[in-house]
Design a protein. Sequence first.
Length: 154
Amino acid sequence: MKLVKLIVSVLLVMIIGAVGGVATSSEIAGWYANLVKPALNPPNWVFGPVWTLLYIMIGVALFLYWTSDKKVAKLKGFVVFYLQLWLNMMWSLLFFGWHSPTLALVDIGLLWIVILININMFQKVSKWSGWLLVPYLLWVSFAAYLNFGVWRLN
């Protein structure tokens, strides 16, 4: 049963990530290519592998939280988790789909706060589930820098 929960957790996160990826992939060579980007902007090929690894880690974090034997109410943690996942997906739709670095910047600010809350909530139930979200927070911090740079330069 735990293997099924692990697969469901990772697949769920990967599917939601893929929704954002669809909005992103069609705009990389068009609209995004013509934007002025901030210093430290990595090559486009970096984003796919990084997000894939992060989505796997996020899915494993969900699995560890879900299957923890700690007897606590977990509903709030699940709500916060799905909220950050939704904000993550929305960022791609706002930035790439709507071509709105401004709305995306607001979204990523909210996303950053919700990930921080998510880490805190998950760590109370399973230390590893919280720690697995830290690289995600760091990458979103870097993405916020890039988003801000695009907003400011364009």
